[in-house]
Write a new protein. Sequence first.
Length: 397
Amino acid sequence: MSRYRLSPTSAQAAALAEYCGHARFVWNLAVEQHAHWKPGRKSAPGFAEQCRQLTEARAESEWLRAGSIVVQQQALKDFAQAMANFFAKTHRRPTWRKRGRGEGFRIVAVKPGDVRRLSRHVGEVRVPKVGWVRFRRSRPIPDGAKSYRITRDRAGRWHVAFAAIPVPVPAPGTGEVVGVDCGVAVSAALSTGELLRAPGLREAEAKRLVRLQRNLARAERGSNRRGKVKAAIARLKARESDRRKDWVEKTSTGLARRFDVIAVEDLKIRAMTRSAKGTPEVPGRNVRQKARLNRGILANGWGRLVERLEHKAPGRVVRINPAYTSQRCSACGIVDREARESQAAFRCRSCGYAANADVNAARNVRHAAGHAVSARGGPPLGEPANREPQHVFPLAG
């Protein structure tokens, strides 16, 4: 998806917000229909039946009829895809959409004349029943885009994203392999010894965010003051998210250009960031510490980095089981949980090898990638000193 910043007029912004309301309303109706289903009852309506019901609803509701049927039908199609993903056990069950969260809609059957360039940095897109809406042309418009999605974030900014197959970054052809270890203190450590950190809020911005969150806790619900504080928090959060996304794009492009094979840990981020609060009957332990760890994991953008690497270097990204990568010595292959002296220091008690702990883990990831490629019939990419991991236990006394 190629995303651009939209610049609608006040009248156009109001019309786009109305479209978001239509899409949210239709989505929530579909959620309610499926929530009503129980074993023994007739199955919930599918996409075709819901489209027929939508036609009847538009005939009775002037508010829905004033909107675009394409927007409303695509909301139903998005819901059908979300249910298919849920049954395939790849995503969670779709839930209610709230105003101000995840606002957006999709337009399909886009013709070549529906997107045009006005100048070097300005383009326009035609939105049904709204007209031409300008956007900042920060990079060339993708050719052959058949659909686009318009979204509004919590900071009130509008964006348009064109659906187009991204052009892969060509491999350098040098045979170089890199291992990537993801962490909290260091966002990504490379087997080459490089330590990469995702940017976040500056110190002054972080302090201001804390003050705003305190003001939000004191503000009365529904008041104008609360709305202004929420908008200020959203702007800071959007700034942090933009910096992280920019870092991910530049880092993934750089890795795809420099290395032929990129080995990454196959981390289950959703399970790793699950809340520890428990239930009233069985409360969790160390809830606050776990919440802080979850925020640190999400702030480093592990999932998005791997996703963009797979987009830009298809077929060249190898996922590796992360078990023991932080405890194994990359020089001799010994596994010793006591070898990691601190968050940043690793010293093998068997061979004396010392290195940054994250870099050592990244080198283990790279070695594992060599075995994985060799097992698939490819050329060996490098091997650790010991093929079979051995465990060292502390000596008594």
